[in-house]
Design a protein around this ligand. Structure first.
Ligand SMILES: [Zn+2]
Length: 261
């Protein structure tokens, strides 16, 4: 009888700007494969919006933020974090108040979040937050946990071969893309705080006024006060706590903004 030992590589690295130490178990190249499979599935299954002016706004803001992020990561010698990323921005024709960015840089907004974004600055807040999840490798951390829990630590390459459907579903849940499946896994509080913090700096680096971030979350809070809690709120921390956190880190964000506006 053979005992096959999967090669378990645990990579330890540090998240830029917040300096949190993190452990990821899935090699970046495999995350990209998984992300591309999940993305193809979304493109096949979801209705794309025909609102060309909103889509143009999303692409413009997205390009500006990702350019700033790439420039910053190059400056600090951490391009490795987005190696192999090919940014793409889409708008899905569904009344869902949510958005996501997969590892690999595939980003989508849903029509339902656009009135809350309201303008380019609002789009930049949501965009930068989602990009921050991808840069900080939260998808990898979540996927590593899910693999351990649900696939018994099976190596991803093997899981993709043997249980491709299950693995892609798990990934979509881990990447926060599960809305169409009726399952949205909340990001953990520490991931959310980190995405808020990095997101605030990223939008400022791209020349968007970070003081607009608390204003956007206030609008999100208002949207959640009536019937139907926005999907984004059901998976994210209490807006007031998030606003308080943003106010605490605003001075550092303003430094980036003043350098780049
Ligand atoms: Zn988030």
């Amino acid at each position: 009888m053979y005992v096959l030992l999967g090669l378990l590589v645990v990579a330890c690295s540090t998240v830029p700007l917040t300096h949190r130490k993190q452990f990821t178990m899935i090699p970046s190249s495999e995350m990209l494969t998984l992300s591309n499979e999940s993305y193809d599935k979304v493109l096949k299954e979801e209705p794309m919006s025909s609102n060309t002016s909103e889509l143009r706004d999303i692409r413009q803001v997205g390009n500006r933020v990702t350019n700033a992020v790439e420039e910053y990561l190059t400056q600090i010698g951490r391009q490795d974090l987005i190696k192999g990323y090919e940014w793409e921005y889409n708008l899905i024709d569904k009344d869902v108040k949510n958005a996501w960015c997969m590892p690999g840089g595939k980003i989508a907004f849903y029509e339902g979040i656009m009135p809350i974004c309201k303008n380019d600055n609002g789009i930049a807040v949501v965009m930068s937050h989602e990009i921050a999840h991808a840069v900080a490798k939260h998808g990898n951390e979540r996927m590593s946990q899910e693999m351990a829990l649900q696939l018994g630590g099976m190596a991803l390459s093997q899981a993709l071969k043997e249980k491709s459907e299950t693995t892609v579903q798990l990934a979509m849940t881990a990447f926060g893309v599960g809305s169409q499946l009726g399952v949205i896994l909340p990001f953990s509080r520490s991931h959310e705080n980190e995405a808020d913090e990095l997101g605030l700096y990223f939008m400022a680096m791209a020349g968007y006024d970070p003081r607009e971030a608390p204003v956007l979350w206030e609008r999100m809070k208002q949207a959640g006060s009536g019937a139907g809690v926005p999907e984004f709120l059901s998976t994210h921390p209490n807006p007031q706590k998030r606003i308080n956190h943003l106010e605490r880190i605003m001075p550092k964000a303003m430094e980036y903004y003043n350098e780049n506006k």
